[in-house]
Structures are given as structure tokens and as C-alpha cells.
Write a protein that binds this ligand. Structure first.
Ligand code: NAD
Length: 487
């Protein structure tokens, strides 16, 4: 079936766009192939922005900036609310696009659309509650007034693994704060971003407030935008390596940065945990998006008393998952994003096996068309294997046995990352005590899913800087302005 047939069969064709969206105008183009990861076949092509296009987008964001900043918060809120409603109405269309270009199972894609749309609802509400401050100086010399102003034009860069949610998690607070933006989605998954821009237009987002461009030269295009003095904010979600490069680039013009980077989440199961609940949680924490998530459980530390039962139950559940193209409704585990991703997983698993690990299910890439790697459980994994240090970003659960609390705290913290961590225990006091000592920005306590627009999302150590979502997420797009007032 061709892409066009699929689009008209499953998704509203009006949402299909392939060109750059700058200053409220769609500009035709081509040059970036979008691939169906379940076949390796080309789906379509989208426009490839040049540096000149990007600077035009900055100019469009600048032209729209004053009008948007001065639009009453209630009006900005209503536009975001309409965008939320339109995403909800078109949830099935968006989920289909995500399943097609990203490969994730439709059930995951539907979950992502709900999660993504909720950021618009949450920030529609937060737009009307931007905090300020008033106090006297302790010496009584004058009055302190603190206002929060929109920071200015923001460049938003997003990864392919959550093509809708990573964009709304940035656009929602930026627009609520009064900023205008340029979104650069990942080249692997541009169709979802363009479809959302179409819905934004329909919701009444004024021309130039949201601009979207895809490019095959992300470094060149982003560096040019960061060097433009009109750009005041970079909000990036992606790998730690690219994040470091961008921080160095942004430093040249002292652009404010929010960084949502990689993770290496430990999933700790104590002997006193409810086994069934821990397995349910492990399946969610590991298999959402077939493991292609920054919060994915990357290292399972299981206490010796429950270890064998945990391995047996997790193996049975993983082995039973149905593998297939994301857009087939029965699929539970879709393909990886690229062949390179499959190669990386294969390298990590082979290295662990060479070090003494044993695959209780899976363990080898599938040989059919498309970028498939089967759900895999590894036991007896050496704690210093490469798979314990690097993000797997795939459906592989390496299990490590531990005995004491001190030992598992040391192992869990032995990583440069600090995004998410999970603890399963029947003793909440113990779970909270151990949680306090884990170096992570987010903890799932007897829960395998933590993401929520109302909660702060982000990491410590090399997992990032700043927090998205929650009540503070909007402040990432604002500057405090202090008025010293004598009266
Ligand atoms: P990536 O870093 O390769 O790419 C992310 C984005 O940056 C893409 O849009 C890409 O085109 C762009 N990019 C790449 N090089 C660039 C450069 N030099 N200058 C400017 N832009 C550049 O990451 P990915 O493979 O798309 O995504 C997976 C990574 O994202 C994983 O490490 C994952 O943990 C992380 N991630 C983090 C979070 C979080 O919230 N912390 C969420 C999702 C994904």
C-alpha cells in the first residue's frame, strides 16, 4: 500500500504537509526522505531547510513577537485550548502518522497523542497564572517588584522518539509564556510536526508565532539561528552528545538553554515487592515505544530472593509480545527507528553475552525486512558491561542480581546519567529512603510510568538542565525582571 493510500485511508489528508512552515505560509520543498521503519521503504519526502530559510523563520518569529507577547494571557490560553481540542479530535489521524513514520505500536501512538495534547491543555491553564512577586527589602529601603516576561524567540529541537509530545512539551509553555518559536523536528519524523502545525493554524495561532522547519543540516542551521541575536532561548531534547555540542554553541552568544538529554534508568526490585506489580511496571517502563524512551528502564537490579521468579515472569511476558509494523492494530512491539539502532542494540547484547550474560528470550536481530529487534531478557549480566553504561534504546532488559541496599544504591548511581529511576518494594518507607539517595530527577515508586504534564520532567548529572512541564515549566521561557520602587 502506498503512503498516499495509507494517509487517505487512515488519516485526514488535510493534515498531510511536507513543506516548511514559516510566517504562516507553507513553502513547498523536498530532499529529506521519510522512511517506514517496518519495511525500510520510502514513505515520502519533506522540505530541506537552508540557513537562509532558518533566518527567515527567525525574522518571522521576530515580526510576530510583539503582537503575541501583548496578546492577553486569556486569549493565548484560549488558542492553546483550541489546539488541545483539535489534537483530541484528530487523535486517530495523528496516531496513524506517528505509527507510520516512527514505527511505534498504534496503542503507544494513541497514548502519546493524549499525553502530547495534555501539554496544550495544561499550559492553556498555566498561561493565566504566571507568577509575580512583591516584597519589602529587609532594610526597608525600597519595594521589590518581580515580573516575569517572555524570554524572546525560542528555538525548539526535538527527537524522533515522541514526535508529538516532545514538541507540545516545548510549544505549550513557550506560547503560554508569550514567546514565538521555531520548531526543528527530527528528520526521521517530520510529518507529525507538520500535521500539528496545520492544527495550530486552525486553532488560530497567528502567523509567525510557530514556525516549523526540517533540515538535513541540523548543526549548520541551528548554529546560524543561535548566532542570531534575536534568538534568546534554545530548548533541546535529544542525546547527551548533541546536547553538549549545542551548549558550547549557545555559550558563544550566551543563549539560555534547557536540555532534556539521555538516560540510563535503574529499575530496582526488592525481595518484598509485589512480583506481579513489579512485572507490570517493568513491562511499561521497558516496553513503552519498544524501549525507545529516555525514561526506559535500562538496568534491572533485582534482589536475590525474588531474582529467579522475576527473570522467569519477565521472560514469559516479553516472549509473548506480538512484533510487527506499528500501524497493524495487533502489534505490541514495533520496529526500531533505523538499521543503525538495530546494529547498536546487537552490539550491546553480543558484548554482554561475550561477558557471560545469557538471553532467556530474544538476543538476535530479526532477519526479515524492516528494522526489527525482538523483546529480549538477559540474565547474569556483568555490572561493568557496555550495556550497563550506554542507552540501549531498544526492547532489551538486562538483569543484575544484588543483595544489599547499599550495593544497589552504589550500582544504580554508577552512571553519568540521572534522568529516571524506579523502585519496587512493599515497604514504602524503605523505597522513599532509597529513592532519596538515587541520583535521578524523577522516581517511579511502585510505578512504571511517571510522565505527566502536571509534573516536572527532567534529569540531573548529564541527563540535562532545567525541567519541562509542571508549574515551573513555563518559567524556562521567561526572564524575571526586578523593579526597585521607591514610594
Ligand atoms: P539526537 O541528539 O541525535 O537528535 C535530537 C535532535 O537534534 C534531532 O532533531 C536532530 O536532528 C537534532 N540534531 C542532531 N545533531 C544536531 C546538531 N549538531 N545541532 C542541532 N541539532 C542537532 O537524538 P535522537 O536520536 O533523535 O533521540 C534520542 C535521544 O534523545 C536519546 O538519547 C534519548 O534519551 C533522548 N531523549 C531525551 C528525552 C528527555 O526528555 N530527557 C526525551 C526523549 C529523548
Amino acid at each position: 500500500m502506498t503512503f498516499q493510500t495509507r494517509i487517505s485511508g487512515y488519516a485526514d489528508p488535510a493534515l498531510h504537509a511536507e513543506g516548511l512552515y514559516i510566517g504562516g505560509k507553507w513553502q513547498k520543498g523536498s530532499g529529506i526522505a521519510v522512511t517506514d521503519p517496518s519495511t525500510g521503504n520510502r514513505l515520502t519526502e519533506v522540505a530541506d531547510a537552508s540557513v537562509e530559510d532558518a533566518i527567515r523563520a527567525v525574522a518571522a518569529a521576530e515580526t510576530a513577537a510583539a503582537g503575541w507577547r501583548d496578546t492577553p494571557a486569556r486569549q493565548r490560553s484560549e488558542i492553546l485550548r483550541r489546539w488541545f481540542q483539535l489534537m483530541t479530535q484528530h487523535a486517530e489521524d495523528l496516531a496513524t502518522l506517528i505509527a507510520l513514520e516512527n514505527g511505534k505500536a498504534l496503542s503507544d501512538a494513541r497514548g502519546e497523542v493524549t499525553y502530547a495534547a495534555e501539554f496544550f491543555r495544561w499550559y492553556a491553564e498555566e498561561a493565566t497564572r504566571i507568577p509575580g512577586e512583591y516584597r519589602h527589602t529587609p532594610s526597608g529601603s525600597h519595594h521589590i517588584l518581580v515580573d516575569h516576561e517572555p524570554i524572546g524567540i525560542a528555538v525548539l529541537i526535538t527527537p524522533w522518539n515522541f514526535p508529538a509530545a516532545m514538541a507540545t512539551r516545548k510549544i505549550g509553555p513557550a506560547l503560554a509564556a508569550g514567546c514565538t518559536v521555531i520548531l526543528k523536528p527530527a528528520s526521521e519524523t517530520p510529518l507529525t510536526a507538520y500535521a500539528m502545525a496545520r492544527l495550530g493554524e486552525e486553532a488560530g495561532v497567528p502567523a509567525g508565532v510557530v514556525n516549523v522547519l526540517t533540515t538535513s543540516r541540523p548543526a549548520e542551521v541551528t548554529n546560524a539561528m543561535l548566532a542570531d541575536p534575536r534568538v534568546r532561548k534554545l530548548s533541546f531534547t535529544g542525546s547527551t552528545g548533541v546536547g553538549r555540542t549545542l551548549l558550547a554553541e549557545a555559550a558563544k552568544s550566551v543563549v539560555s538553554c534547557s536540555m532534556e538529554l539521555g538516560g540510563n534508568a535503574p529499575f530496582v526490585v526488592f525481595d518484598d515487592a509485589d512480583l506481579e506489580a513489579a512485572i507490570d511496571g517493568a513491562m511499561v517502563a521497558k516496553m513503552r515505544n519498544a524501549g525507545e524512551a529516555c525514561t526506559a528502564a535500562n538496568r534491572f537490579y533485582v534482589q536475590s530472593g525474588i531474582h529467579d521468579a522475576f527473570v522467569a515472569c519477565l521472560t514469559a511476558r516479553m516472549a509473548a509480545l506480538k512484533i510487527g509494523p506499528g500501524y497493524e492494530p495487533s502489534t505490541q512491539c514495533g520496529p526500531m527507528i533505523t538499521q543503525n539502532a538495530v546494529r547498536k542494540i546487537d552490539r550491546l547484547v553480543s558484548d554482554a553475552v561475550a561477558g557471560g550474560a545469557r538471553a532467556t528470550t530474544g538476543g538476535k536481530p530479526l532477519s526479515e525486512n524492516g528494522y526489527f529487534y525482538p523483546p529480549t531478557v538477559l540474565e547474569n549480566v556483568p555490572v561493568d558491561a557496555a550495556i550497563a553504561r550506554e542507552e540501549i534504546f531498544g526492547p532489551v532488559a538486562p538483569i543484575y542480581k544484588f543483595d544489599s541496599e547499599e550495593e544497589v544504591i552504589r550500582l544504580a548511581n554508577d552512571t553519568e546519567y540521572g534522568l529516571a529511576a524506579y523502585i519496587y518494594s512493599g515497604d514504602l518507607k524503605r523505597a522513599m529512603k532509597v529513592g532519596k539517595r538515587l541520583e535521578a530527577g524523577m522516581l517511579g515508586i511502585n510505578r512504571g510510568l511517571m510522565s505527566d504534564p502536571a509534573a516536572p520532567f527532567g534529569g540531573v548529572k548529564q541527563s540535562g538542565l532545567g525541567r519541562e512541564g509542571g508549574v515551573t515549566g513555563i518559567l524556562e521561557f521567561m526572564e524575571a525582571k526586578y523593579y526597585a520602587v521607591d514610594y
